[in-house]
Ligand binder design. Structure first.
Ligand code: 5GP
Length: 191
């Protein structure tokens, strides 16, 4: 998506060859106008796919997901990164290894908000090693709902996430695909 690529080039900061900061429009300050464009682009890509729910992971997947849910008139659910040790039988859980933080954490989703007949479009802000996305898929599968599609805002195509998720049988749609990262140079995959 051209506008997203322009924002990444203009405001993105490559911390090193692996990690990109996009705090200026997605991960800290949010550009609502761009978020709506991301929502519209997802709607266009998934226009032939029946969707009953948009599901993401807190925090940064929420903004584009809300725009998408608004456009599709379906609810938006965000999985929580739990710190609580309270045992709760009414949640689905999955473990994730965080690429950026180097730690393991658990995501949870209340059983109240995913149903067997849901067709879920799963959205996340970044894809790196695919851990967050695979954790999200595990929760959707536990609920008996179907994964109707996977939409990623920024994919770092030089990392193995897409391959791992596609090996599970789920195609990935990414709005920007980064081929390489460097302090002064961000290149995109030519589509
Ligand atoms: P994965 O689970 O695919 O390895 O990483 C995806 C998750 O890690 C995303 O939900 C995102 O929060 C975070 N992440 C991975 N790479 C980056 C990055 O380069 N920049 C930012 N801001 N977050 C990232």
């Amino acid at each position: 998506m051209k506008r997203l690529e322009e924002c990444i080039v203009k405001y993105g900061k490559a911390l090193n060859k692996d990690v990109l900061k996009v705090d200026a429009f997605l991960n800290h300050q949010i550009d609502p106008d761009l978020m709506m464009e991301l929502g519209k682009d997802f709607v266009e890509h998934f226009k032939d796919t029946p969707i009953t729910k948009v599901v993401t992971i807190e925090t940064s997947g929420i903004a584009p997901s809300v725009m998408l849910g608004y456009l599709l008139h379906v609810p938006v659910v965000f999985m929580k990164k739990s710190k609580s040790k309270i045992v709760d039988d009414n949640v689905y859980t999955a473990n994730i290894h965080s690429f950026t933080k180097g730690i393991d954490y658990e995501i949870t989703c209340s059983k109240d908000y995913l149903a067997k007949d849901d067709q879920v479009l799963f959205i996340d802000d970044f894809m790196a090693n695919g851990e967050a996305c695979i954790g999200g898929i595990k929760i959707i599968e536990q609920s008996g709902a179907s994964v109707a599609g996977i939409g990623i805002v920024i994919e770092k195509a030089f990392q193995p996430g897409r391959k791992k998720v596609e090996a599970l049988g789920y195609p990935v749609y990414s709005q920007a695909r980064i081929a390489s990262l460097d302090k002064d140079m961000i290149t995109f995959v030519e589509e």
